[in-house]
Design a protein around this ligand. Sequence first.
Ligand code: ATP
Ligand code: MG
Length: 144
Amino acid sequence: MPGTRTLAIIKPDAVGSGKAGKIIALLESNGFKVRACRMLRLAQPQAGAFYEVHKERPFFAPLTAFMTSGACMPLLLEKDNAVLALRDAIGATDPKEARDGTVRKLYAESKERNAIHASDSDDNAEREIRFFFSDVDLLSAMDS
Ligand code: ATP
Ligand code: MG
């Protein structure tokens, strides 16, 4: 059965240009519940570890430079079939290819500065949730 949790990160372009509130509102209107959130600035080793799967790709260095360029906002989101539902709500990696009404179509500047990250599988969602949120954060979020 597909999981009910996934991780989003509102990326530094969107936080810096004041779009975080609009993006959270759009996600909530798509039926996601925000169960935990933070604002932080990733250091280079953390960004490298988070995107380790891409470390051999030509875009790895610019990607980690961008992700460390300012504050970002990891969000723990809950909805039925959460991973697929969030991928659908954020749209294609390149906003030029993203469906109307998606986060990236509305708020991304480019393929490199594309406003939001979403986990791409249930296993990665659990890994990425643990990366940003401790058990204490999760327990208190579940009480709310
Ligand atoms: P994310 O993992 O950030 O949610 P994604 O799953 O849509 O995005 P990935 O293939 O995981 O895309 O790539 C991670 C990020 O690396 C993308 O969001 C994008 O900013 C960047 N990226 C991916 N492919 C390219 C590319 N060909 N050229 C430049 N940047 C790229
Ligand atoms: Mg990805």
